[in-house]
Design a protein around this ligand. Structure first.
Ligand SMILES: Cc1cc2nc3c(=O)[nH]c(=O)nc-3n(C[C@H](O)[C@H](O)[C@H](O)COP(=O)(O)O)c2cc1C
Length: 229
Protein backbone atom coordinates (compact mmCIF):
# COMPACT_ATOMS: atom_id res chain seq x y z
CA UNK A 1 0.00 0.00 0.00
CA UNK A 2 1.47 3.39 -0.96
CA UNK A 3 2.24 6.09 1.55
CA UNK A 4 0.18 9.31 1.60
CA UNK A 5 1.91 12.26 0.02
CA UNK A 6 2.25 15.43 2.07
CA UNK A 7 0.45 18.48 0.76
CA UNK A 8 2.70 21.06 -0.87
CA UNK A 9 2.28 24.67 0.13
CA UNK A 10 0.65 27.17 -2.22
CA UNK A 11 2.38 27.61 -5.59
CA UNK A 12 3.66 24.02 -5.49
CA UNK A 13 6.50 24.83 -7.81
CA UNK A 14 8.67 22.07 -6.37
CA UNK A 15 6.39 19.29 -7.61
CA UNK A 16 7.37 17.95 -10.99
CA UNK A 17 4.76 16.88 -13.48
CA UNK A 18 5.47 13.20 -12.86
CA UNK A 19 5.19 13.76 -9.11
CA UNK A 20 1.85 15.47 -9.60
CA UNK A 21 0.66 12.59 -11.79
CA UNK A 22 1.74 10.06 -9.16
CA UNK A 23 0.27 12.06 -6.25
CA UNK A 24 -3.10 12.99 -7.80
CA UNK A 25 -6.01 11.39 -6.04
CA UNK A 26 -9.78 11.58 -6.24
CA UNK A 27 -10.49 13.27 -2.91
CA UNK A 28 -13.62 12.78 -0.81
CA UNK A 29 -12.62 12.65 2.85
CA UNK A 30 -9.57 14.86 3.20
CA UNK A 31 -10.96 18.37 2.60
CA UNK A 32 -9.70 20.74 5.31
CA UNK A 33 -12.82 22.85 5.47
CA UNK A 34 -11.33 26.16 4.32
CA UNK A 35 -12.10 27.46 0.85
CA UNK A 36 -9.61 27.65 -2.02
CA UNK A 37 -8.09 31.12 -2.49
CA UNK A 38 -9.31 33.07 -5.51
CA UNK A 39 -5.88 33.43 -7.11
CA UNK A 40 -5.22 29.70 -6.79
CA UNK A 41 -8.64 28.99 -8.28
CA UNK A 42 -7.79 31.22 -11.24
CA UNK A 43 -4.51 29.38 -11.79
CA UNK A 44 -6.41 26.08 -11.88
CA UNK A 45 -8.96 27.45 -14.34
CA UNK A 46 -6.14 28.79 -16.52
CA UNK A 47 -4.54 25.33 -16.52
CA UNK A 48 -7.87 23.78 -17.52
CA UNK A 49 -8.38 26.34 -20.27
CA UNK A 50 -4.92 25.54 -21.69
CA UNK A 51 -5.97 21.97 -22.54
CA UNK A 52 -5.98 20.67 -26.10
CA UNK A 53 -9.38 20.62 -27.77
CA UNK A 54 -10.77 19.27 -31.01
CA UNK A 55 -10.64 21.94 -33.71
CA UNK A 56 -9.29 24.35 -31.04
CA UNK A 57 -12.89 24.86 -29.99
CA UNK A 58 -12.37 25.04 -26.21
CA UNK A 59 -15.92 23.72 -25.82
CA UNK A 60 -15.94 23.85 -22.01
CA UNK A 61 -17.35 26.30 -19.46
CA UNK A 62 -16.76 26.37 -15.73
CA UNK A 63 -19.49 27.27 -13.24
CA UNK A 64 -17.96 28.02 -9.84
CA UNK A 65 -20.49 27.23 -7.11
CA UNK A 66 -20.03 28.45 -3.53
CA UNK A 67 -23.51 29.27 -2.26
CA UNK A 68 -24.07 26.96 0.74
CA UNK A 69 -27.75 26.46 -0.15
CA UNK A 70 -26.80 25.26 -3.65
CA UNK A 71 -24.11 22.92 -2.31
CA UNK A 72 -26.60 21.50 0.19
CA UNK A 73 -29.28 20.95 -2.45
CA UNK A 74 -26.85 19.21 -4.76
CA UNK A 75 -25.42 17.10 -1.92
CA UNK A 76 -28.95 15.92 -1.05
CA UNK A 77 -29.60 14.96 -4.69
CA UNK A 78 -26.30 13.06 -4.87
CA UNK A 79 -27.10 11.26 -1.60
CA UNK A 80 -30.33 10.05 -3.20
CA UNK A 81 -28.47 8.79 -6.29
CA UNK A 82 -25.98 7.03 -4.02
CA UNK A 83 -28.86 5.28 -2.23
CA UNK A 84 -30.37 4.22 -5.58
CA UNK A 85 -27.04 2.70 -6.58
CA UNK A 86 -26.64 0.98 -3.19
CA UNK A 87 -30.11 -0.57 -3.55
CA UNK A 88 -29.17 -1.92 -7.00
CA UNK A 89 -26.25 -3.91 -5.59
CA UNK A 90 -26.20 -7.55 -4.49
CA UNK A 91 -25.67 -7.90 -0.69
CA UNK A 92 -21.90 -8.52 -0.78
CA UNK A 93 -21.23 -5.51 -3.02
CA UNK A 94 -23.62 -3.35 -0.99
CA UNK A 95 -21.60 -4.19 2.12
CA UNK A 96 -18.32 -3.25 0.42
CA UNK A 97 -19.90 -0.04 -0.92
CA UNK A 98 -21.27 0.95 2.52
CA UNK A 99 -18.25 2.84 3.91
CA UNK A 100 -17.23 4.41 0.58
CA UNK A 101 -17.81 8.16 0.47
CA UNK A 102 -18.62 9.30 -3.06
CA UNK A 103 -18.43 13.08 -2.73
CA UNK A 104 -17.17 16.04 -0.71
CA UNK A 105 -19.62 18.60 -2.05
CA UNK A 106 -20.20 20.57 1.15
CA UNK A 107 -16.87 19.73 2.81
CA UNK A 108 -14.82 21.15 -0.09
CA UNK A 109 -16.74 24.44 -0.07
CA UNK A 110 -16.41 24.88 -3.83
CA UNK A 111 -17.93 23.08 -6.76
CA UNK A 112 -16.66 23.59 -10.28
CA UNK A 113 -19.21 22.33 -12.76
CA UNK A 114 -17.63 21.71 -16.13
CA UNK A 115 -19.95 21.79 -19.11
CA UNK A 116 -19.75 20.99 -22.82
CA UNK A 117 -21.12 23.21 -25.58
CA UNK A 118 -21.26 21.27 -28.88
CA UNK A 119 -21.97 24.46 -30.83
CA UNK A 120 -18.53 25.93 -30.11
CA UNK A 121 -16.56 26.03 -33.31
CA UNK A 122 -19.59 26.30 -35.55
CA UNK A 123 -20.65 23.64 -38.04
CA UNK A 124 -17.21 22.68 -39.37
CA UNK A 125 -15.24 21.52 -36.36
CA UNK A 126 -11.88 20.34 -37.58
CA UNK A 127 -11.51 16.74 -36.33
CA UNK A 128 -15.03 16.11 -35.01
CA UNK A 129 -16.76 15.12 -38.24
CA UNK A 130 -16.27 11.36 -37.92
CA UNK A 131 -15.86 11.07 -34.15
CA UNK A 132 -18.47 13.14 -32.33
CA UNK A 133 -17.21 12.33 -28.84
CA UNK A 134 -13.97 14.25 -29.45
CA UNK A 135 -15.84 17.30 -28.11
CA UNK A 136 -16.55 15.64 -24.75
CA UNK A 137 -13.06 14.14 -24.70
CA UNK A 138 -11.67 17.67 -24.96
CA UNK A 139 -13.64 18.63 -21.86
CA UNK A 140 -12.19 15.64 -20.01
CA UNK A 141 -8.69 16.83 -20.89
CA UNK A 142 -9.46 20.26 -19.42
CA UNK A 143 -10.58 18.50 -16.25
CA UNK A 144 -7.38 16.45 -16.07
CA UNK A 145 -5.28 19.61 -16.54
CA UNK A 146 -7.15 21.23 -13.66
CA UNK A 147 -6.78 18.09 -11.53
CA UNK A 148 -3.00 17.90 -11.98
CA UNK A 149 -2.50 21.63 -11.43
CA UNK A 150 -4.61 21.35 -8.28
CA UNK A 151 -2.45 18.51 -6.99
CA UNK A 152 0.68 20.61 -7.46
CA UNK A 153 -1.04 23.39 -5.46
CA UNK A 154 -2.06 21.12 -2.57
CA UNK A 155 -5.69 21.34 -3.64
CA UNK A 156 -7.87 18.24 -3.76
CA UNK A 157 -10.37 17.45 -6.52
CA UNK A 158 -13.18 14.92 -6.37
CA UNK A 159 -15.19 14.13 -9.49
CA UNK A 160 -18.88 13.53 -8.78
CA UNK A 161 -21.03 11.75 -11.34
CA UNK A 162 -23.81 10.49 -9.07
CA UNK A 163 -26.41 12.95 -10.37
CA UNK A 164 -29.05 13.37 -13.01
CA UNK A 165 -28.13 15.92 -15.65
CA UNK A 166 -31.64 17.36 -15.66
CA UNK A 167 -31.38 18.14 -11.93
CA UNK A 168 -28.04 19.91 -12.36
CA UNK A 169 -29.33 21.85 -15.35
CA UNK A 170 -32.25 23.12 -13.31
CA UNK A 171 -30.10 23.85 -10.23
CA UNK A 172 -27.56 25.97 -12.11
CA UNK A 173 -29.70 27.30 -14.93
CA UNK A 174 -27.76 25.40 -17.59
CA UNK A 175 -29.53 25.56 -20.99
CA UNK A 176 -30.80 22.34 -22.59
CA UNK A 177 -28.20 22.40 -25.36
CA UNK A 178 -25.30 22.57 -22.88
CA UNK A 179 -24.24 19.29 -21.32
CA UNK A 180 -22.93 19.08 -17.75
CA UNK A 181 -19.88 16.80 -17.79
CA UNK A 182 -18.71 16.88 -14.18
CA UNK A 183 -19.18 18.37 -10.76
CA UNK A 184 -15.73 18.78 -9.25
CA UNK A 185 -15.37 19.23 -5.49
CA UNK A 186 -12.34 21.47 -5.10
CA UNK A 187 -10.61 22.56 -1.91
CA UNK A 188 -7.49 22.50 0.27
CA UNK A 189 -6.75 19.04 1.72
CA UNK A 190 -4.87 17.58 4.67
CA UNK A 191 -3.18 14.92 2.53
CA UNK A 192 -3.40 12.90 -0.66
CA UNK A 193 -3.94 9.25 0.19
CA UNK A 194 -1.43 6.75 -1.18
CA UNK A 195 -4.02 4.54 -2.90
CA UNK A 196 -7.45 5.17 -4.43
CA UNK A 197 -10.32 4.82 -1.96
CA UNK A 198 -11.89 2.15 -4.15
CA UNK A 199 -8.79 0.01 -3.69
CA UNK A 200 -8.53 0.82 0.01
CA UNK A 201 -12.10 -0.29 0.65
CA UNK A 202 -11.82 -3.41 -1.53
CA UNK A 203 -14.24 -2.25 -4.23
CA UNK A 204 -11.82 -2.80 -7.11
CA UNK A 205 -8.11 -3.46 -7.45
CA UNK A 206 -6.13 -1.35 -9.87
CA UNK A 207 -5.56 -2.86 -13.28
CA UNK A 208 -1.82 -3.30 -13.95
CA UNK A 209 -0.18 -1.41 -16.79
CA UNK A 210 1.01 -4.66 -18.43
CA UNK A 211 -2.63 -5.67 -18.93
CA UNK A 212 -3.36 -2.42 -20.74
CA UNK A 213 -0.39 -2.31 -23.12
CA UNK A 214 -0.69 -4.12 -26.44
CA UNK A 215 1.99 -4.35 -29.10
CA UNK A 216 1.21 -3.92 -32.79
CA UNK A 217 -2.36 -5.30 -32.62
CA UNK A 218 -5.06 -5.29 -29.94
CA UNK A 219 -5.41 -9.08 -30.05
CA UNK A 220 -2.53 -11.46 -30.75
CA UNK A 221 -3.05 -13.63 -33.88
CA UNK A 222 -3.92 -16.64 -31.69
CA UNK A 223 -6.44 -14.62 -29.62
CA UNK A 224 -8.01 -13.36 -32.83
CA UNK A 225 -8.18 -16.90 -34.23
CA UNK A 226 -9.89 -18.20 -31.08
CA UNK A 227 -12.27 -15.21 -30.97
CA UNK A 228 -10.99 -14.03 -27.55
CA UNK A 229 -11.74 -10.43 -26.51
C1 LIG B 1 -15.57 10.16 -15.16
C2 LIG B 1 -15.32 9.94 -13.71
C3 LIG B 1 -16.40 9.93 -12.83
C4 LIG B 1 -16.20 9.72 -11.45
N1 LIG B 1 -17.26 9.77 -10.59
C5 LIG B 1 -17.04 9.65 -9.26
C6 LIG B 1 -18.09 9.79 -8.32
O1 LIG B 1 -19.25 10.06 -8.66
N2 LIG B 1 -17.82 9.65 -7.02
C7 LIG B 1 -16.55 9.36 -6.58
O2 LIG B 1 -16.36 9.25 -5.37
N3 LIG B 1 -15.54 9.23 -7.44
C8 LIG B 1 -15.74 9.38 -8.75
N4 LIG B 1 -14.69 9.27 -9.62
C9 LIG B 1 -13.34 9.00 -9.11
C10 LIG B 1 -12.89 7.56 -9.36
O3 LIG B 1 -13.57 6.68 -8.50
C11 LIG B 1 -11.37 7.52 -9.10
O4 LIG B 1 -10.75 8.31 -10.08
C12 LIG B 1 -10.83 6.11 -9.18
O5 LIG B 1 -11.33 5.33 -8.13
C13 LIG B 1 -9.30 6.10 -9.10
O6 LIG B 1 -8.87 6.79 -7.96
P1 LIG B 1 -7.86 8.01 -8.04
O7 LIG B 1 -8.50 9.06 -8.92
O8 LIG B 1 -7.68 8.47 -6.63
O9 LIG B 1 -6.60 7.49 -8.65
C14 LIG B 1 -14.88 9.49 -10.98
C15 LIG B 1 -13.80 9.52 -11.87
C16 LIG B 1 -14.01 9.76 -13.22
C17 LIG B 1 -12.81 9.82 -14.13
Amino acid sequence: MGEPHPVMSSAGTTMTLYEAIATRRDVRNEFRGDVIEEEVLLRLLRAAHAAPSVGHTRPWDFVVVRAPATLTRFAAHVAGCREDFARSLPPDRAETFGPIVIDGIEQSGTGIVVTYDPSRGGSHVLGRRTIDETGRLSVALAIENLWLAATAEGIGVGWVSFYHKAFLRELLSIPDDIEPIAWLCVGPVTQFRGVPDLEHFGWRAGRPLEAAVHRETYRTPSEAASGEQ
